[in-house]
Write a protein that binds this ligand. Structure first.
Ligand SMILES: [Cu+2]
Length: 189
């Protein structure tokens, strides 16, 4: 079985998730950590034009779960949203989330990167990344990530960013050691 890790890099603040595929039986294991950088000038984030519900707008799905997990879509701001997922491997759904519906639960069975939008507010969108490995991380605002408890072995570490796509690199993980795996993502095209 191919072992791999996924790193998710989010745009403006470079949040990233790294995951590694393998058998999670071993308790100790090693660590894979590093930094994901962008080789270019980061674009200024576009101003979002808020055309309604100006005071409160937030779509907060918790998505730090691998495939087979249930995703809780929470509505914390008490206004009507409409959650719309664009998936091909998992069933997609399009559902209103009125203020009294605080949580919608949905299961993501297959590994897939799914774009999620709100049809009530055109500027709202996010991503769910369902991996088939329990070893993943999201980068912090400096681009750093760390995945602990990885069973020893040879892994493919993959980084994903919504605009820059994916990159991968090999990492050899040993018990009690840290395999440093850094990425520099290039501007596209
Ligand atoms: Cu909304």
């Amino acid at each position: 079985m191919k072992k791999y890790a996924v790193v998710l890099a989010a745009c403006a603040s470079v949040a990233l998730s790294v995951s590694i595929g393998a058998n999670p039986a071993s308790a100790a294991g090693g660590t894979v950590s590093g930094t994901v950088k962008y080789d270019g000038t980061a674009p200024t984030p576009k101003k979002v034009e808020v055309t309604k519900d100006k005071e409160v707008c937030g779509l907060h799905p918790h998505f730090e779960e691998p495939a087979g997990s249930t995703v809780d879509i929470t509505n914390s701001d008490g206004i009507l949203h409409n959650i719309h997922t664009y998936s091909t491997k998992n069933p997609s759904f399009n559902m209103a989330q009125p203020k009294f519906k605080k949580v919608i639960k949905t299961k993501v069975d297959k590994p897939e990167v799914i774009k999620v939008t709100c049809d009530a507010h055109g500027w709202m969108h996010g991503w769910w990344v369902a991996t088939d490995t329990p070893y993943f991380a999201v980068t912090d605002d400096k681009g750093n990530y760390s995945i602990a408890g990885v069973p020893p072995g040879s892994y493919q570490v993959e980084v994903w960013q919504e605009k820059l796509g994916t990159m991968d690199q090999k990492a050899d993980v040993k018990d009690g050691a840290t395999a440093t795996t850094n990425f520099t993502m290039k501007p596209k095209g």
